[in-house]
Design a protein around this ligand. Structure first.
Ligand SMILES: [Zn+2]
Length: 446
């Protein structure tokens, strides 16, 4: 595990990493036999695509900002299902995996999370319910993600099989189960952007991908790795890794061979693989990045998601989103400045203005002796809006103040030990994106 991942997990992700992981966690995405129209349609090769787009995959370089809409299935009484805090962590993990691999894709949450309270749907059935649900509930202009308590397929004379998630290429919906690993949403969204499993068809005598990267399809100049497996040559051929890796992400299939007698030497960290411990997965290869960017460019909403869109600035969200409630409030550490924006949500409809107008933050004071603190708001790269700021100690409001460009300080006199929430609400509509910087500091007030 890289240091940055460890850092991220320690500081930001307390919930998902402790979540129960299905022992038989498996992605139910079915792959169609017709594949790899990439090079044929465009007359270009996937490994040349990044150069062609002048895309440097060694640095993070956002090309698309994509809204995600969540549908949460709960019991009829509203119990169960994913909390807002867990949704926030899903979005953070998704952005973590896509940004550390410099995919050029970034994601933000639509705040209109939909809850479906129904005992009959609470555990979605793979065949009889899931496809119908992804057709019935669908929002334009975003990726639709459905979260169910359990995602199961009944089997004749067998116990039902539980899946961790799926991408339905016919309806465009992504379904994941509650309590899956932190890389599962990134994996399913990888399918959404055209990626296949590197072990695809590995057991097939005819279609299996050879280990060799130079073996040609007989009678052609095309390398087999461009057509077989996941159709990418920088993801090594591999067997299904669930059986051939251990909990520590080590490959254990030393004697497993392809049909030419060559032993497999797979990576165990690819997000699209079935590594036994799904937490091993944190990598996309450059060709995977290329294929995802290519697929993104072919999506109906590509223009609206693109940062070249003339309105794209309006969708610039900050690292702390979503933070629209106390439950999803972001912690601000003393003497540390944070930058926040009030971004617009791309909805696919011209008239529907959807803005993120509220930010919740919190800070904790540990000293028992009451002291004076000050909250400084300051200009960021964007317009500084008029805002209402409310300070709570736990659930009690202790102060309310209007903030504008002339009046940006909030003094908190003699406050003691506890958890303080700061609610920041943008007052008016602005044509352009707005934002601010914020810092909390101990000070001696007169
Ligand atoms: Zn999959």
């Amino acid at each position: 595990m890289s240091f940055s991942k460890l850092f991220f997990i320690l500081f930001f992700i307390p919930i998902l990493s402790n979540a129960q992981i299905f022992s038989n966690e498996e992605c139910a995405h079915t792959e169609f036999p017709i594949f790899n129209t990439f090079s044929e349609k465009k007359g270009i090769k996937i490994n040349e695509y990044l150069d062609l787009c002048n895309y440097n995959h060694k640095i993070q370089n956002i090309k698309y900002r994509i809204p995600i809409k969540f549908y949460i299935y709960r019991k009829s009484n509203g119990k169960g299902g994913l909390s807002e805090k867990e949704i926030k962590e899903h979005i953070r993990y998704l952005n973590y995996y896509y940004s550390t691999n410099n995919t050029g894709l970034s994601f933000y949450l639509r705040p209109d999370i939909e809850y479906i309270d129904n005992d009959k749907l609470h555990k979605l059935n793979y065949i009889s319910q899931a496809p119908f649900q992804t057709i019935k509930r669908k929002t334009k202009g975003c990726i639709n993600v459905y979260i169910t308590e359990k995602f199961k397929r009944n089997r004749l004379f067998h116990v039902p099989k539980n899946f961790s998630g799926t991408y339905n290429s016919a309806t465009g919906g992504v379904i994941i189960a509650n309590g899956v690993s932190s890389s599962t949403l990134a994996h399913e969204i990888g399918h959404y952007f055209g990626l296949k499993h590197p072990h695809r068809n590995w057991q097939s005598k005819v279609k299996g991908e050879p280990v060799s990267r130079t073996r040609l399809i007989p009678g052609t100049n095309t390398r087999m790795c461009e057509k077989k497996g996941d159709g990418l040559c920088d993801t090594p051929a591999e067997p299904k890794l669930t059986k051939y890796t251990n909990e520590k992400c080590v490959y254990t299939g030393w004697n497993v061979k392809d049909k030419y007698g060559t032993v497999y030497t797979p990576a165990t960290n690819n997000i699209m693989s079935y590594t036994r411990n799904r937490e091993c997965r944190d990598n996309f290869t450059p060709e995977q990045v290329a294929l995802m960017l290519f697929t993104a460019s072919t999506k109906k909403n590509a223009k609206n998601w693109s940062i070249n869109n003339k309105d794209a600035k309006n969708y610039d969200f900050d690292y702390f989103e979503p933070d629209n409630s106390k439950e999803t409030a972001s912690e601000i550490f003393l003497r540390t400045r944070q930058t926040h924006t009030f971004h617009k949500i791309y909805t696919g409809k011209k008239k529907l203005k959807y803005e993120d107008n509220t930010d919740f933050l919190y800070f904790k004071l540990k000293t028992t002796k009451p002291q004076d603190y000050i909250i400084y708001l300051s200009e960021s790269n964007y317009i500084f809006p008029e805002m209402d700021v409310t300070i709570y100690k736990n659930d009690k409001i202790i102060l309310k103040k209007s903030i504008n460009s002339k009046n940006k300080k909030i003094a908190l006199k003699k406050i003691g030990k506890g958890k303080y929430f700061i609610k920041i609400h943008k007052k008016n509509d602005y044509k352009l994106i707005t934002g601010y910087k914020i810092k909390v500091e101990k000070i001696k007030l007169n």
